[in-house]
Structure formats: C-alpha cells, structure tokens
Design a protein around this ligand. Structure first.
Ligand code: TNX
Length: 445
C-alpha cells in the first residue's frame, strides 16, 4: 500500500488516530533512508537525514488514505494502521525529464509537477528548457532568446505519427525569478532541478533570435522531428553560449547541468566539448544525451543520459562516467499506451505501465540512477501531461526504489502492483486531481 513499495512493511493489529505529532530521531541507515513506526504510543520517524524524514512523512500521508492528498482537508484526523515501514531508495538519481520547450508549462503547473514528483519520492526534475520549437529561459544578456525564441507562429497540423507540424501558435518563457522560485520550491521537497540548454542541435529557436548563431537561418521551427539546422562551432557562437550558460548557472545551483547534445546531425562535436569544459571550469558537472560520447574528449565527471537503449550507458560506465539510464523502450512517457485506434496520443511504440514496471536498469549497482522522459510535442496541456505521465510514473517510482529480488515479499510483482494501483494509487491521483489514463483504456476526451 506504499509508494514506492518499501523494503519492509510489517502491519500489526489495530490502528490509531493520528494527531499529527511525530517523534523524529536519527537513524543509522544509508542516505535518504528511514524507519517509520506507527504504534499505540504514537508515531516515530527514524531518519538518516532530512530527505529520509521527508520520505517518511510522504509515507505517513499515504498511510492516511487518499483524502490526505486533497487540496482542502475533509473529515477528521486520519486513522493509521499500526505498522513498521523500513525504506531506502535504490538509486541516488530518481528523475523525470520534462520537456517544457515543445510546449511551455506555466509556472503553477510546473510547481504542481514538483509536488507530484515529491509524492512519488522522485528527486530530480530535469528541465529541458530549449529546443527548435521554443526557448523558455529568460536571458538578460540576450533578451531576443526569450522574446523571439519563446514564440512560434501557427502552422498546419501534420500526421502526428510521422512527426508532423506544430499547429497552433504557442509560446511562453520563465523569468529567472520564476525559475529561482521553482528551484527553491523543489529544494524544500528534496528535489534537484537540473536545467538543460540543448546544443548544438535542437537550437532553431535561438537561431531565430540571433541568426548569426546558425549554420543556416529560419524562424522558430514549426515542424517536429530532427532539424538539420545546427549551431556554428565558431569562436563567437561558443562564446555566446558560454555567457548564456553563465546566466543559467546563476539561477540553478545544481551541480549537474545539461547541455543536450542529442540528434545534432552535421553538428560540430567540438561545440559540446567546449561547453562541457566551460561547465567543468565553473565547478559543475556537464550532463549530456548519449550522443555526446561520440563528440570528442569530455571531462570524466560528465554525466551521460543513456536514451538510445542502455548500451551507450554501459560504454559510458566503461569510460568512467556516471550514467543515468533512460532507454526509450522502457521509460519514454510520451509513447502511446496502447495500440488502440482511440488512444489519444498515438506516437512512438506501445509502452504500457506494465512495460515501465518491468524495467530493470542494466548495471544497476554502478549507475547513478534512472529517469523517465516526458517529451511534449503532442502534450500541449497539463491534462495531456497527466494522461501520459500517470500511472506510468507510479510504476517508474517503484522501479527506482525497489529492486527485483529473490524474496517475493520484497520484490516487484506486477499483479500485486496492479491491485495497489487500483486500490491506492489511483484514488490518491483522483484526490490530487491528476487525470491519469484509466487502467481499462483511453479516457474519452
Ligand atoms: C528524441 S530523446 C529526442 C527528442 C524527441 C523525442 C521524441 C532525445 C534526446 N531526443 O528531441 O522529443 O525523441 O520521443
């Protein structure tokens, strides 16, 4: 009944009425771990650190039942089962990548996603802030980036299955203060916001703002797919981006900072190497999609996101990099959830919650962790995001907390998870106002 399934859950006889008082004590466990005891004498949380205490409190909320997740309280104080819960995460990096570039997600909705990550005990929000179709980061030095790059005109709609066009005009950006607020809000929930500015491909929005940056010109892109236009690798373009990244570092304290590097066909790899070096000189760890393994020398501290399967991640481990596994065939939450004709967002290959739940990261003892990726070409509203993210993100949360093990009581079990989804997760998501995809099939929109 817990998300994620804890290392151990022992339920005793009886229950107590919870008056909100928690006795917090130190715990001799690994980082982020805790033991929660609900006894007749009261509630005790033993926590290894502040994050462990935070997760214990999330679990307490889960034990309190779905109404504890409503925005406004209903009913009296919750009743808790007498129990002991021992728990520790499996990975240090338990992430979600949100693409706020293809469709801008207004700040209140972004904060809501931070809350949803916290409920699921995920601790990294990777924000994909720029792409061909939009630039979402306010730049004080180069304001045309957000003023021009933040807005795209209308275009015709194409067949989504083939990529297609963007359709309606669309735009928006976060001010630096907005993002500082998001960072602080996330930090209170033990979530690190890892920003990404994508170079040297996926950069048409920046090129629209400052045409001299691009190999060729053009406006903010109104197609989906891989754009052949990329950034030049000359000194002035690299220097421009050093200044943009410096602004980014002022806003985001995260040690790990994303520079993209994906799908830059025809792009000059030296661009990525030089930005990576710049980030390293500024005391940060560059973070790139697995294509960056092919561009030339990178600081060893570079973190690699393995999305084209897991082989690139294994290669990266062999070269001494830290790795975040996010293989598209297991954790791409933009992919369609069934092959039904009426599935509303029919992109990619079928990826069910069962597929996500069955994901077992390779080299699990060596990688930093895993993240689910939520690309938003076809997710143009928070409602659509909810539909794509849930309940698959619930399944993902359990993957990064609970290993597959020989002990059936402690291992992940899809049948048992299905009943926990139906009995506990979905009522909780209902209480939170999340418009998840029903287990029975597509929601009629
Ligand atoms: C590939 S995954 C991309 C994104 C797209 C996504 C669509 C990756 C690093 N790049 O630009 O949005 O496929 O699923």
């Amino acid at each position: 009944m817990i998300i994620p399934k804890p290392v151990s859950f022992t339920r005793g006889e009886g229950s107590i009425v919870f008056d909100g008082t928690v006795d917090v004590r130190p715990y001799d466990g690994p980082p982020e771990s805790y033991r929660l005891t609900v006894g007749f004498e009261g509630v005790t949380v033993e926590a290894a650190d502040a994050a462990g205490e935070f997760y214990a409190r999330q679990t307490l909320r889960q034990l309190s039942g779905p109404d504890a997740f409503r925005a406004a309280p209903i009913g009296g104080p919750p009743t808790l089962p007498v129990c002991v819960v021992e728990d520790r995460p499996r990975f240090a990096w338990r992430g979600l990548m949100l693409d706020v570039a293809r469709h801008f997600l207004p700040k209140p909705d972004l904060l809501r996603y931070v809350d949803l990550l916290a409920v699921h005990k995920l601790n990294v929000l990777h924000l994909h802030l720029t792409d061909d179709q939009g630039w979402r980061f306010e730049s004080k030095k180069f304001p045309r980036l957000h003023e021009v790059g933040g807005w795209r005109p209308s275009s015709r709609y194409g067949d989504r299955r083939r990529g297609g066009q963007t359709g309606r005009p669309h735009g928006g950006y976060y001010t630096q203060d907005d993002l500082r607020e998001v960072v602080a809000y996330a930090a209170q929930r033990h979530i690190t916001v890892v920003p990404e500015i994508d170079v040297p491909g996926h950069s048409q929005a920046a090129i629209a703002a400052y045409p001299e940056l691009g190999v060729s010109g053009g406006g903010v892109w109104t197609d989906w797919g891989v754009n052949p236009n990329v950034l030049k690798a000359d000194e002035s373009t690299v220097d421009f981006y050093r200044q943009v990244f410096d602004e980014l570092l002022d806003v985001f304290p995260s040690e790990v900072v994303g520079l993209g590097g994906d799908e830059a066909e025809g792009g000059d790899g030296r661009f990525v190497c030089r930005i990576a070096q710049h980030l390293a000189q500024r005391g940060r760890r560059p973070f790139g999609w697995d294509e960056v393994l092919g561009v030339g020398p990178l600081p060893t501290r570079t973190v690699i996101a393995s999305w084209r399967g897991e082989d690139p991640g294994l290669t990266a481990l062999g070269r001494g990099h830290d790795v975040v596994m996010c293989p598209e065939e297991h954790v791409y939450l933009d992919y369609r959830q069934s092959d039904r004709e009426d599935e509303p967002i029919p992109v990619g290959t079928v990826l069910t919650w069962e597929d996500v739940y069955a994901y077992e990261p390779a080299a699990a003892d060596e990688v930093l962790g895993a993240q689910a990726n939520l690309w938003t070409e076809h997710l143009d509203s928070p409602r659509r995001l909810d539909y794509a993210a849930f309940p698959r993100l619930c399944a993902f949360a359990e993957v990064v907390w609970t290993p597959v093990s020989a002990d059936p009581d402690r291992s992940r079990n899809p049948d048992e998870f299905r009943s926990r989804l139906a009995e506990h997760h979905l009522p909780r998501l209902d209480a939170l106002g999340v418009e998840y995809r029903p287990l029975s099939g597509p929601r009629p929109w």
